[in-house]
Write a protein that binds this ligand. Sequence first.
Ligand SMILES: [Zn+2]
Length: 482
Amino acid sequence: MNETMLTPKSVFECFAQVNKVPRPSKREEKMIEFLLEYGKGLGLETRRDETGNVIIRKPATPGMESKPTVVLQSHMDMVCEKNADREFDFDKDAIETYIDGEWMKAKGTTLGADDGIGVAMEMAILADNTLKHGPLECVFTRDEETGLTGAEGMQSDFMTGQYLINLDSEDEGEMFVSCAGGCRTTATFHYEDQPAPSGQFFVSLCIKGLTGGHSGDDIDKKRANANKLLARFLYMEQKKMPVLIADIQAGGLHNAIPREARATIAIPVSMKETIRVDWNLFAADVEEEYRVTEPTMEFLLETADATPTVVDSQTGQRLITALQGVFNGVFAMSQDIALVETSTNLASIHMVPERKTIEINSSQRSSLLSARHNVADTFAAIFQLAGAETETGEGYPGWKPNPDSHLLKVTVAQYKRLFGKEPIVRGIHAGLECGLFSEKYPALDMVSFGPTLRGVHSPDEKLLIPTVQMVWDHLLAILENI
Ligand SMILES: [Zn+2]
């Protein structure tokens, strides 16, 4: 495939324009300006709200005035990741794309098809006066990728449509009808510095090379959580010997399954050999338990430099016990579809000597608000028992499936007519902007789909070119027939 074979031509031309405009999450000023110019340039009613979301309204085409108003919605920001050897300034430089077989990719950076291809489709529809559709509202939200703050900041009178098609899904042929809401829960231990007793052996433990993944979408894939593995070993050893914590730094982003965990501990010199033997046995057990999902796990144990102080023994012991006791992973499956309903992820554990605290971050997800409250309380309660302070954030809402959705009926019927097969109708165990819309616009009938993307949020991001034409045809058929 080469440049001239990219169809629909109008969509790929718009995508090329989008890729010239810098649009990192939370720094979308240039993109907002670009979209405002674009709408005004077409002579269409165009405005932005205080948050920075943009709406461009296009009237119905002749004869279609009685159709209901449909909102088409994509997020304007993109995840900015690049390979270490690629020099690139996401605040200035244009994304450079190339074609590799049936895929479009970017040179050493994220492609930004998440969700730039959705933006491009909307732009192409706005500019094309040969199409048949009722009144349209093309909406471009900002900052989906780092907190859904665009959708969150949107006022409930910004959009007026009855139906909304979100173009931010990544598997052609899959129609999304629900998503999970989420919240974060933190636990904070306050410790005292305790002088390290004499006759201690300091050892640093590291578990790394885990598969990791998204804390929602990948939570049911039986991947190991590095933080839980580390806690499990410390708890086992704590039954045999006093374990004093000199440092603990484990996990990272709140929405990722942790791939790496480290701790430096002090134990009696007499237990030096015992811990080495236990560590090796533990590694062998865990490798067997995760034989399939964690082929590249590494367990490292090294002698460490002694520190003058350690975490007071009572706090350290309570921390280890709570980390062992806290539930992690899939909490409940959905009663309606084969999907995780409720889950929790122990995301990070960080000792912060300046504050004399050990801070634990976690996230909980569910399509049901009450179930999410329950799992967040389950997480918090165990840390409260251990003497930590806990706090659960307000979170963001989920999107419950609507069995009576008219939009879904039209979406499925048009897909079958065009492609001669049933689309997959499913939910996702992660947040979508639709969750926030469902809270602000309770009557809004929504569906989410889009062309196939792989490797999103990484420099391996790629777009399956033929699926753009399929989604385009499907989208136009829905607009014509709703
Ligand atoms: Zn996206």
